[in-house]
Ligand binder design. Structure first.
Ligand SMILES: *Cc1c(COP(=O)(O)O)cnc(C)c1O
Length: 368
């Protein structure tokens, strides 16, 4: 029985052609292909500027740096995300503070934010988890009222929308990842989007050793550059991204129909007014289910379904953070519950009808 993987990469002829073009051009580092990727990506994120960098983690760190965040500042974010979100904050010297999530969209609960602010809070950092934009209206309203910056972690949410506006267009800046398992892939890669000219300018300097023109260094910079080889993998996929996202959406509908009324299983919702791009299709295996989440996970593996747990612990509970003073350790009950219950099923665009039927059958077999 063949294994159904949780994610899949397909490199087409157009990617091969463009990569070869770059290889033959002799310009392997950042050059015209990176510029093309930025030019074509920015409008999809509803942003005036896109600045490509080496990966999504560096994108977050550079965006925070360009927004002037550093030691003594606090960034308020979700404890239920990939550790890159908080690692990037810690790399700037700032502290990480958490607010709890909602269980219906797995994103920051705007109603919990205000009580978590301190005089040092500078930035709200919502994570558009699994491909769904966080509830931005109340979050932006709070940011305006309290004079806070907003940075979106949109690593999983290329093309997702909220009230008709795309991920990447809400905050002072937003970051995307092009890692090999994300909805848009270049192996490794990242993009920062922003509508603020001076933030884009600072990002471009920061990315390239702080250099404005040859040997004119305006600030202490770094090397965060993406290469043209990587950009040449992403550019053709960008042209197909709407179609690939549509396939994810159809797969998600198929799964939700097939998994309706499984006792104890909660299927994911696309919230009203938001277009979900299904980076992950994540169910909750609750206490009422026949098996617990980990037993369901092993049962699926035995049936050839590559399910996964994103994420098994809230950030404050990882060994690396447990003793760290710059990380807040207040318990967040919804995040902890999500960590116990979530299970992501394959939803990627290359699933066949047969794969989808097998996934549904395997889950029903285990839990009905
Ligand atoms: C993948 C991811 C990142 C980091 O991106 P990399 O390209 O892997 O560095 C950051 N935040 C979230 C939510 C992610 O899923």
């Amino acid at each position: 029985m063949n294994q159904i993987p949780i994610s899949a990469v397909r490199i087409g002829e157009e990617e091969e052609r463009l990569v070869l073009e770059v290889l033959r051009s002799g310009r392997l580092a950042q050059g015209p292909m990176v510029e093309r990727l930025e030019r074509e990506f920015a409008p999809l994120a509803g942003a005036a500027h896109a600045v490509a960098v080496a990966n999504g983690t560096v994108a977050l760190e550079a965006a925070l740096g360009a927004l002037g965040v550093g030691p003594g500042d606090e960034v308020l974010t979700s404890p239920f995300t990939f550790i890159a979100t908080s690692n990037a904050v810690l790399r700037t010297g700032a502290s990480v503070r958490f607010a709890d999530i909602r269980l219906d969209d797995f994103c920051l609960d705007p109603a919990q934010l205000e009580a978590r602010l301190t005089p040092r809070t500078r930035v709200l950092l919502p994570v558009h988890l699994y491909g769904q934009v966080a509830d931005m209206d109340p979050l932006l309203e709070l940011a305006r009222r309290r004079g806070l910056l907003v940075l979106e972690d949109a690593a999983q949410a290329h093309l997702a929308t909220y009230r008709g506006r795309p991920a990447g267009s809400f905050g002072d800046a937003a970051t995307f990842s092009l890692y090999a398992t994300k909805n848009l892939q270049s192996g490794e890669g990242g993009i920062v989007t922003t509508g603020r000219d001076e933030v884009a300018d600072r990002l471009r300097l920061l990315r390239n050793q702080g250099m404005r023109a040859r040997y004119e260094y305006e600030m202490v910079g770094d090397n965060h550059r993406l290469t043209d080889v990587q950009a040449a993998i992403a550019v053709p996929q960008l042209a197909r991204l709407r179609e690939l996202t549509e396939r994810r959406r159809r797969n998600a509908s198929f799964l939700s129909e097939g998994l309706a009324e499984v006792p104890g299983l909660v299927t994911p919702q696309a919230m009203p007014g938001r277009e979900h791009v299904w980076h992950q299709y994540t169910v909750r295996v609750t206490e009422e289910a026949k098996l617990d989440r980990d037993a369901a996970l092993s049962g699926l593996a035995e049936r050839g379904v590559g399910a996964g747990v994103y994420y098994p612990r809230p950030l404050y509970d990882y060994a690396a953070y447990r003793e760290l003073e710059r990380v807040d350790h207040d318990p967040m009950p919804n995040a902890e519950r999500a960590c116990r219950e979530v299970l992501s099923l394959p939803v990627h665009p290359y699933l066949s009808e047969d794969d989808l039927e097998r996934i549904v059958a395997a889950v029903r077999d285990l839990l009905c």
